[in-house]
Design a protein around this ligand. Sequence first.
Ligand code: 6GU
Length: 233
Amino acid sequence: MRIDVVSIFPSYFDGLTLSLLGRAQSTGILDLQVHDLRDWTHDRHRTVDDTPYGGGAGMVMKPEPWGLALDQLAGLPGAEPAARPTVIFPSPAGEVFRQSTARELAEREHLIFGCGRYEGIDERVFEEAATLGEVRLISLGDYVLNGGEVAVMAMVEAIGRLIPGVVGNPESLVEESHEDGLLEYPSYTKPSIWRDREVPPILLSGNHGAIAAWRREQQLERTRRRRPDLLDR
Ligand code: 6GU
């Protein structure tokens, strides 16, 4: 998979070279490239924003650098439909990012993430991007961040770990919270008694059927208690 990220703070993404996603990049499973939006400016101050038409607080990102960046990263219009990228703009006004979103996006060949500051990007950029590929506005949840960078870090990690070969043991993918719509069951390791606290005895019983049933019950109970909204879905 190819992932391009465009940001005015490219060093935010240094952390993505660590750990599993770092290894995926060195083995060639993932081609992740982070770009500085200012590389597509042409004025002396490398300007990426300007005041909003109609007035109001804050600044709006200018369309020209975004247009040039997307043209270059998407290839020219008229390219084969299969090669068209999915262009994702993190936005608190977008659809909410879920595990199902991560699964869907992990199937794509080429993702482009455009990080805006939250006052926004000139609306015409989204229209223009739609001529190059599918455009998605995606939110991390119902709270406000200063910009899209942290949201894109989270999305790239959630998507990247679903690419075959990125997580060494694929079985560890299926028992996570949200993979089956429930929260995960509690885990324990040695010692069996720690500060007078015992591991639930059933986990030491060797009865695999009973353990599986207990874990399922724990998943349901936790989900009911902490996230009843998941059970309605
Ligand atoms: Cl994707 N961006 C910003 N700026 N704030 C957010 C968000 C995204 N998701 C939740 N809050």
